[in-house]
Design a protein around this ligand. Structure first.
Ligand code: 13P
Length: 251
C-alpha cells in the first residue's frame, strides 16, 4: 500500500551535459516502471536540464537543499519557490553532509521542512546517527529527537506529506551498509514516533527510505524488510545501470 520510492542523490557530481546524459539513459531504462516512484536529485545548476529531459517520463526531480525563506537578501541561497519554479517536486532536507559540513540542525531542518510544504514541495527529511552515537548505544534517542524536532509544531496532515530517509552516517559512502535487521529496527522505531506525533494512519502511510551504501547487491534484502519503503542512493545512482537495478529491486 506504500508505493516504494527510489531516489538518487547525485551530491556534488555532474555538469549540465553529464546530468543530461545520465538522466537520458535512465529514462530509456525505466520507461515501463510504474510501481516505483523514481526521483533524481541533481545539483542546482543541472536542475533545468534534467527537468526538461524527464518530460514525458515518470521520473521526478528533487533539489538537494534550499533555504527556508521564500526570497530576500540571502546571497548564495535558493528558495523553496525557486526550487518549485525550476520544476522540482521534491527536496532533500537535512542530509547528514549538510548537518556535518554546513551546520544544519534539527531546528533549521524544521524550518526547511515547513517551508518546502508551504511551497508545494515534498520534503525528504534525512536523519541518522553517527558511528560514535551508535557505539554509545544512543541511536534510538538521536533518531527520535531528529524526528520530533524536525517535525516540531506540525499537524499530522502536514507530516503525512513528508518522506523520511534514515541514513546512518557511518554507512554513507563507506561501503558499510546497515544490515537489513539493523535498518528495520530503526525504521520500526521511526514509524512508532510518527504514530505518536502524527497518528497511526499517518505512520502506516509514511514512506521511510534507507540510505547508506545501497547497491544493486544489497537492495533486495533491504527491501524485504516490512518497514523499509525504498532507498536514498548516493554513489550507485551515478551510473544508470546500477541505479536501474536498484529501481528494479526484487522483494
Ligand atoms: P552512498 O550511497 O554513496 O553511501 O550515499 C548515501 C547518501 O548519502 C544518499 O543521500
Amino acid at each position: 500500500m506504500r508505493t516504494p520510492v527510489i531516489a538518487g542523490n547525485w551530491k556534488m557530481h555532474n555538469t549540465i551535459a553529464e546530468s543530461r546524459s545520465l538522466v537520458r539513459e535512465l529514462k530509456q531504462l525505466i520507461h515501463d516502471v510504474t510501481d516505483v516512484e523514481v526521483i533524481v536529485a541533481p545539483v542546482f545548476t543541472s536542475i533545468g536540464a534534467v527537468v526538461a529531459e524527464v518530460q514525458g517520463s515518470s521520473i521526478k526531480v528533487a533539489a538537494q537543499n534550499m533555504h527556508w525563506e521564500m526570497q530576500g537578501a540571502y546571497t548564495g541561497e535558493v528558495s523553496p519557490r525557486m526550487v518549485k519554479d525550476a520544476g522540482c517536486s521534491h527536496v532533500i532536507i537535512g542530509h547528514s553532509e549538510r548537518r556535518q559540513y554546513f551546520a544544519e540542525t534539527n531546528q533549521t531542518v524544521n524550518k526547511k521542512v515547513r517551508a518546502a510544504l508551504a511551497a508545494g514541495l515534498t520534503p525528504i527529511m534525512c536523519i541518522g546517527e553517527t558511528l560514535a552515537e551508535r557505539e554509545a548505544g544512543t541511536t534510538m534517542q538521536v533518531v527520535a529527537e531528529q524526528v520530533r524536532e524536525g517535525f516540531a509544531g506540525m499537524q499530522a496532515t502536514d507530516i503525512s506529506c513528508c518522506i523520511i530517509a534514515y541514513e546512518p552516517v557511518w554507512a554513507i559512502g563507506t561501503g558499510k551498509t546497515a544490515t537489513p535487521a539493523q535498518a528495520e529496527e530503526v525504521h520500526q522505531a521511526i514509524r512508532g514516533i510518527i504514530a505518536e506525533i502524527g497518528s497511526s494512519s499517518v505512520a502506516a502511510s509514511m514512506r521511510i527510505l534507507y540510505g547508506g551504501s545501497v547497491k544493486p547487491d544489497n537492495i533486495d534484502e533491504l527491501m524485504r524488510e516490512p518497514d523499509i519503503d525504498g532507498a536514498l542512493v548516493g554513489g550507485a545512482s551515478l551510473k544508470a545501470d546500477s541505479f536501474f537495478r536498484i529501481v528494479r529491486f526484487q522483494r
